[in-house]
Design a binder for this molecule. Sequence first.
Ligand code: CA
Length: 175
Amino acid sequence: MSDTTSEVPGSPEPASDQSTEAKTVLVIEDEQALALGLRDALEYAGFRAHLCFDGGAAAAAIAEHSPDLLVLDLMLPGKSGLDVLRELRAAGNKVRVLILSALASEEDLLAGFQLGADDYMKKPFSPRELIARVEARQKSMETAEQEDQQQRAAQWERLRQHRASAVARQTMHRS
Ligand code: CA
């Protein structure tokens, strides 16, 4: 997270701003041709994209890349996408998740949403459609970040007022 509040007024914009702002997407998908196509499409759309082909390697890949968004296939070798998601949530990781499902099984999708998946796409889909979904998720992430900042600012303001009134009370008691 870049700290814009401490910026010196009038200082030039950092040249690498765009690259540091790029969201990271981790695609966990064992169909390599599909995964490689998604990586190209994501990078073309300005995201940083990483690939993982095995459910058993997902946790390590997530730890390595700390993605802003997971694109998660459900049917994976090593470990199912649902198990990957279940373990992630059990560990307290709240990363946004877009599920890819070839099963078109409502039960699996329902289980995914109960585990906090944010969106899903049924295969087959076009990369363009996926990019649209990912960009929509990114927008909602940015909105959530802005709301977080506003909430923090409001909390600080309440804290400041609370302290000010506490100091005022102390002063009254002393006098
Ligand atoms: Ca698969």
